[in-house]
Design a protein around this ligand. Structure first.
Ligand SMILES: O=c1ccn([C@@H]2O[C@H](COP(=O)(O)O)[C@@H](O)[C@H]2O)c(=O)[nH]1
Length: 272
């Protein structure tokens, strides 16, 4: 099953548009767990097991693993998710962007090494920097469009031919890059007006929407702006608000993560 079909099935099976982000930060782990040699794997495994029936996708952010030289634990957690929850898409958040020959190596890393269903990519270097990912015809390329951070406006709001740059990205991906129906876009929940603009441009294309939870994006505005006619079309990501739902040690972290994931999924579903 390809990425888009797998995502559509997960939306239905789990009645969820929630993407659970995996941004493991040892400093925020329970102290006893943090001292384990494979603490990152164990933490992410607990989170995955606690939320797998509530999520439409999981999104490990590679920097949290690579910064600690913990790519081996990322490999293990991706393998674990694929083995135990093969119906939930796994998105590697790596925001890659480079010339084609190098992009092909990044694609091998995302799809062969980690077995991701999709990877986030940066459009700044143009189509030949994204095309190599399309050679894996059953996987997805999720292109940065209007990111959730305030500084994204520095470039993404620049006007060209009377329109902001992020709208050109949305139009270009929808009309030219998405030849095999493998593309999705990143649009921040912190920019609901722009989310609505992107939805109007790209039709049913899936959107990865980070920014609810720790970044303060409004759930109602996000869902109403980004939903498709069928009430889906988005992976609304929350990472820290789920992973660190409770002060260290005061409650079981996985139970707290489940509680917040459930609340977030249900809050999203109110407005679909
Ligand atoms: O525009 C973007 C693109 C990616 N991200 C990533 O999503 C999560 C958000 O984490 P929270 O803890 O829910 O804020 C994180 O991995 C970012 O690298 C984003 O925030 N904005």
């Amino acid at each position: 099953m390809n990425f888009i079909n797998k995502l559509s099935a997960a939306w239905t099976t789990n009645n969820s548009l929630l993407c659970v982000g995996l941004d493991p930060d040892l400093a925020r782990f329970p102290a006893q767990l943090a001292s384990e040699p494979d603490a990152i794997f164990l933490f992410c495994k607990e989170i995955i097991d606690a939320t797998a029936d509530l999520a439409c996708s999981f999104k490990p952010q590679i920097a949290y693993f690579a910064a600690l030289g913990a790519e081996g634990q990322l490999e293990r957690i991706c393998a674990y998710a694929r083995q135990h929850y093969p119906h939930i898409p796994l998105i590697l958040d790596a925001k890659r962007g480079d010339i084609g020959a190098t992009a092909r190596q990044y694609a091998r890393e995302a799809f062969d090494r980690y077995g991701a269903d999709a990877v986030t990519v940066n459009p700044y270097m143009g189509f030949d920097s994204v095309e190599p990912y399309m050679e894996w015809t059953d996987r997805g390329a999720i292109v940065l469009c209007r990111t959730s951070n305030p500084g994204g406006s520095d470039l993404q709001f620049l006007m060209a031919d009377g329109k902001p740059l992020y709208q050109h990205v949305a139009r270009m991906v929808a009309d030219k890059w998405n030849r095999n129906g493998q593309c999705a876009l990143v649009v921040g929940a912190t920019f609901p007006e722009e989310l609505a603009q992107v939805r109007a441009i790209v039709g049913e294309m899936p959107l990865l929407v980070p920014g609810v939870g720790a970044q303060g994006g409004d759930v109602e505005a996000t869902v109403k702006s980004g939903r498709t006619a069928g009430g889906a079309g988005m992976m609304i990501n929350s990472s820290r608000a789920i992973l660190y739902a409770t002060p260290q040690g005061s409650e079981d972290f996985a139970a707290a993560a489940r509680r917040v994931a459930l609340e977030t999924r249900d809050a999203i579903n109110l407005y679909r």
